[in-house]
Design a protein around this ligand. Structure first.
Ligand SMILES: Cc1cc2nc3c(=O)[nH]c(=O)nc-3n(C[C@H](O)[C@H](O)[C@H](O)COP(=O)(O)O)c2cc1C
Length: 468
């Protein structure tokens, strides 16, 4: 459960809490505990199947970027306003200070008490509040932050921003700021697709306002589906990290393709041959290359993990589709082939489901070899400047990896022992050896994200050596 010290609360909020506690016959501590418990329940019920807290490893940008950052969060009056409470909590978990502004309409959906309790800061609501103006003032509010996030952003607030209106605190601050502004629109699909909203979105983009979402999906209020959902908390945070991240980007201007996950080779329309690859390592590598500035296309087989943010994902099923996609994406600077591509497929997969028939013997299948994607890319006339392959072996790791390096036209092979006792296949850690033409480097036991970042940095170093 979230925790919070009442002593640190703003006076207004304390007073509000005092009144609410008295009305309900609780102590202030009890009342606060109940509010936080209900927020926890709401956020759990509203979370997508995967928990937001479990996703950050797939972000191409490190959460440390948020430590100590001052975020001015503007909450406008849409049905998704309640999701801003989860956003506040996740930002504070990552060390950010969140200063909230709520529009008048936002207060119809969630209370300043909840927002203030979670931010532990004063909630700015009133344009003409003498107290607020003396305390910080709209110009200082606009400037004393590292970025402004509007989540959710209503069609109305977007329209005001696009036209330079300043008729309340939120719109005035947005007009007065010189900081990066990220907006997360959320509205009914008809409102989003309305020509006026689209015109405003275009204007705001051209004005340098960053966007995250809206996403497609079901609308909370009406059961309607379409584009207009607020982006998930983690997606908003990832976009914030991308904007705030000012670390060096040695792969800026470079293009990369990464393959990841297993392939599914059809037997018939419902059955397939597959392997145990989870896609965790390949997805993490795509994210790490993007974090270092590369423009990354991830060709992913069927996996049960979320797409890395900041990366273009092309989803495929079988080896032949993976190869076609990889070839279409050439030329590029970097290819990292991590996918566990099935070596064989069934010759002439059945077009209809194969039925079990009484008295008939079990079906047998002929297998044919799948294309060798690493070799095809490694020997292609549009070969990327740097080709990295993966060798998942259960025996003779280095010998097999060295043979692969030479045969496939790769610059490096990342060799890992996937014997069941290592727990690497599907697990979160990896122990790899980098087999290159100039020798073998043994890396320690690392998380898959750490392997990914180390590899991305090595790729950047090798590419810079090639360009001198
Ligand atoms: C129940 C209800 C739900 C609403 N949901 C949204 C919404 O999701 N997105 C939106 O742009 N407007 C929505 N509106 C309309 C806004 O509340 C309205 O345009 C308001 O003026 C926005 O004010 P603000 O932009 O100052 O916050 C909703 C209105 C109601 C009554």
């Amino acid at each position: 459960m979230a925790s919070l010290t009442i002593r640190n609360l703003d006076e207004d909020i304390k007073q509000n809490l005092r009144e609410r506690a008295a009305q309900n016959g609780h102590s202030m501590e009890e009342e606060m505990r109940l509010i936080l418990a209900s927020l926890d329940q709401a956020s759990e019920a509203l979370s997508p199947k995967r928990s937001v807290a479990s996703v950050p490893s797939l972000s191409p940008f490190s959460s440390e970027v948020l430590e100590g950052k001052r975020i001015l969060l503007i909450i406008s009056g849409g049905i998704a306003a309640y999701k801003s409470l989860d956003l506040i909590r996740r930002l504070r978990e990552r060390g950010a200070h969140v200063r909230p502004i709520m529009t008048e309409a936002a207060q119809e959906f969630i209370t300043p008490l909840s927002v203030g309790a979670l931010t532990a800061d004063h909630v700015y609501t009133d344009f003409f509040s003498r107290e607020d103006e003396q305390d910080v003032g709209h110009i200082r509010l606009a400037r004393e932050c590292d970025m402004i996030v509007v989540a959710p952003a209503t069609a109305n607030l977007m329209a005001k921003m696009a036209h330079g209106r300043a008729d309340d605190l939120a719109s005035t601050v947005l007009l007065a700021t010189d900081k990066p502004v990220l907006i997360a629109p959320a509205m009914n699909p008809h409102m989003w697709h309305n020509k006026a909203t689209q015109r405003n979105a275009k204007t705001l983009s051209a004005d340098g306002i960053y966007f995250v979402g809206p996403e497609s999906g079901e609308m909370a209020e009406s059961g309607e589906a379409g584009k207009g959902r607020l982006s998930e908390t983690f997606t908003i945070i990832s976009k914030m990290l991308e904007i705030l991240d000012d670390r060096p980007k040695p792969l800026l201007g470079r293009t990369a393709i990464v393959t990841s996950g297993p392939t599914h080779e059809p037997i018939d329309p419902v059955r397939y041959i597959a392997n145990r690859s989870s896609g965790k390592q390949g997805h993490a590598i795509a994210a790490a290359l993007a974090e270092l500035g590369a423009s990354v296309k991830l060709i992913s087989g069927p996996v049960n993990i979320p797409d890395p943010v900041g990366v273009d994902v092309v989803k495929i099923e079988c080896a032949e589709e993976m190869l076609d996609t990889a070839l279409q994406l050439l030329p590029c600077d970097i290819a990292v082939m991590v996918a566990a591509v099935a070596d064989w497929r069934v010759a002439g997969a059945a077009g209809e489901k194969i039925k079990k028939k009484k008295g008939q013997s079990v079906p047998t299948f002929d297998l044919v070899e799948n294309p060798d994607i690493l070799k095809t890319v490694g020997h292609n006339k549009k070969r990327p400047s740097l080709v990295v392959g993966f060798a998942a072996e259960t025996q003779n790791l280095i010998d097999n990896a060295t043979a692969k390096l030479n045969k496939k036209g790769a610059d490096m092979i990342v060799a890992n022992d996937v014997s069941p006792e290592t727990g690497i296949m599907g697990g979160d850690r990896n122990r790899v050896r980098i087999v290159a033409h100039d020798g073998v480097d043994k890396w320690p036991d690392l998380s898959k994200e750490e392997v990914a970042m180390r590899l991305a940095k090595l790729v950047a170093q090798k590419l810079s050596e090639l360009s001198v």
